[in-house]
Design a protein around this ligand. Structure first.
Ligand SMILES: CC(C)(COP(=O)(O)OP(=O)(O)OC[C@H]1O[C@@H](n2cnc3c(N)ncnc32)[C@H](O)[C@@H]1OP(=O)(O)O)[C@@H](O)C(=O)NCCC(=O)NCCS
Length: 184
């Protein structure tokens, strides 16, 4: 695969709309968050593989928050684009909106960011095309993507190093004002 490719955001853009069927419901009658996550994962794959023209895998997900419940019978649209590219990974931004077809009411149910890695036919990480930035929104999203990548790196480092170095005594004192009871 040519490593010097440069592609536009619009080469990655996709929108997929899915009907929320009764099989997607939880005991409360609303759509399971896990169903939406699974659909977002598929959408992220479609977007990343279309952009990179390679097989892709999900590396990480940031910023999943469910802002409004989704009802059975609603149409849910997943709008995705590559916001940021590194060397072998892409950050795909996904905006999820629900539509009640009878009332016409729409709701922004969540936005999140999937880091997807491209793999070559041997399963090795492969370089993805560079991203051509063509307007202010794309520039802002690229910068947000870079911030997400840096933040996610810091978060991993913090969890790995700092807490693993702490003694049990230090860990216990860290949680003594939290709503838990250390019972050993
Ligand atoms: C994630 C994975 C690609 C990292 O591989 P690695 O050899 O440790 O990679 P490196 O540390 O050299 O990093 C490679 C890239 O992954 C990114 N990366 C690695 N770990 C990451 C994480 N936890 N979150 C976000 N990005 C991550 C790096 O920033 C780097 O990006 P860049 O090439 O765009 O700069 C590898 O562990 C993998 O393939 N995991 C399995 C993914 C998979 O199969 N998903 C499907 C789930 S069933």
């Amino acid at each position: 695969m040519n490593d010097d490719r440069i592609k536009c955001v619009k080469d990655s853009e996709i929108t997929i709309t899915e009907l929320m069927i009764p099989a997607y419901a939880n005991f409360g009658g609303k759509v399971h968050g896990g169903i939406l996550l699974s659909l977002m994962d598929k959408v992220a794959y479609v977007c990343a593989s279309k952009f990179s023209e390679m097989y892709c895998v999900t590396v990480a997900v940031e910023g999943v928050e469910f802002l409004a419940p989704v009802e059975v019978g609603e149409l849910v649209s997943f709008k995705a684009a590559v916001n940021f590219v590194g060397n072998t990974t892409m950050i795909v931004g996904i905006r999820v909106e629900s539509l009640n077809v009878t009332s016409g009411k729409t709701a922004h149910t969540n936005s999140c960011y999937f880091t997807m890695a491209a793999k070559d036919p041997n399963g090795q990480l492969a370089k993805v095309p560079a991203l051509k930035i063509e307007n202010d929104t794309q520039l802002r999203r690229f910068c947000e993507g870079r911030a997400i990548r840096d933040f996610s790196k810091q978060k991993r480092a913090l969890l790995k190093s700092d807490l693993s170095q702490c003694s049990i005594l230090e860990l216990k004192s860290m949680v003594n004002k939290e709503r838990c009871q250390v019972d050993y």
